[in-house]
Design a protein around this ligand. Sequence first.
Ligand code: NAD
Ligand code: DAU
Length: 353
Amino acid sequence: MILVTGGAGFIGANFVLDWLNFSDEAVLNVDKLTYAGNLRTLQSLQNDERHVFVRADICDQASLSTLLAEHRPRAILHFAAESHVDRSIHGPADFVQTNVVGTFTLLEAARQYWNTLDAAGKAAFRFLHVSTDEVFGSLSETDSQFSEATPYAPNSPYSATKAGSDHLVRAYHHTYGLPVLTTNCSNNYGPYQFPEKLIPLMISNALAGKPLPVYGDGKNVRDWLYVGDHCSAIREVLARGMLGETYNIGGWNEKKNIDVVHTLCDQLNRLRPKEQGSYHDQITYVTDRPGHDRRYAIDARKLERELGWKPTETFETGIARTVQWYLDNQPWVDEIISGDYRKWVETNYTQRA
Ligand code: NAD
Ligand code: DAU
């Protein structure tokens, strides 16, 4: 079996669902179930013996060691993290704890487990670390895209802690020989994304008749990848990636935030027209995110050249699927928009002019 951390979050859960669609190899899903973890996403696996869910914290080495000894996975895919930049600005401590201490603790448990394997088991084992393009910092309009050789220059507490985790993973390979792989991916979107992130937040607010809060001048650029394409890239890297290597994953879809918001409004005007006016009327410019990175863009040619991976969704097809998914799955969103989520919205948005 494989062990997945953070498999109740947005990308982790999409990965688990996709994995079990493509393979009968069982998944041990280890997740702390923070505000971002949601077992409802995995409801279709409730009676599926191939999916074993354990609520545990990746900072708890004793639990991790017990799970590894008991289930003896052939690979660990590490998705668990605190993932939202704005939350890292309001409260960086949880990010240091989970992203740095948690990754370190998981690496230690993995190393001890790996040392108990025989030569064949050791050679076949993989630790795949799921990371982000934000570790490379910010690009100007004319800079070339991030490649695997771009120096690290993280700017937010979130990206700094992810950079720290990437360095630890690298060190465990160089120092102890742990067979690691690291992926650095651009912005994901798709089903089951928590509505604190740009795309699901804008869809939810639009449907609720609330303002659509665009930070700063709205011209920051992100490089969007449909989550299913991220999952297929990870499967490819796990199967055929070179040990110790890093792989950039991206969709060749650079978009200004304001253009993404206009696209969402266009889709909603078509699919769920308002009684009066247009969703575009709800767009509101608000105070910028402190230290807001201007542009991210991924050069994903290494993955294509070495492993033959390419995204299958264009931004147009992916965004259409995503908007339709949110329209069809309002109960999933409504459940999340609980007391805790409301508190976050108050913290992040009420002080923005
Ligand atoms: P998410 O916030 O939706 O999910 C994170 C999951 O990790 C949740 O289920 C949460 O309960 C779990 N978790 C948090 N702390 C934990 C702990 N201490 N122990 C065990 N589980 C814990 O995040 P996501 O957007 O799905 O991102 C997954 C991974 O992909 C992260 O490592 C993130 O840095 C990386 N990534 C995300 C994106 C993106 O656009 N969302 C892009 C590139 C890389
Ligand atoms: O690049 C990969 C990263 O993408 C991942 O590592 C992170 O986990 C993920 O959260 C994401 O980070 P971003 O900060 O780019 O995503 P977010 O959805 O928070 O914001 C996307 C852009 O939209 C960013 O430029 C800020 C802007 N924004 C965001 C929100 C929530 C707004 O203008 N208004 C908003 O209300």
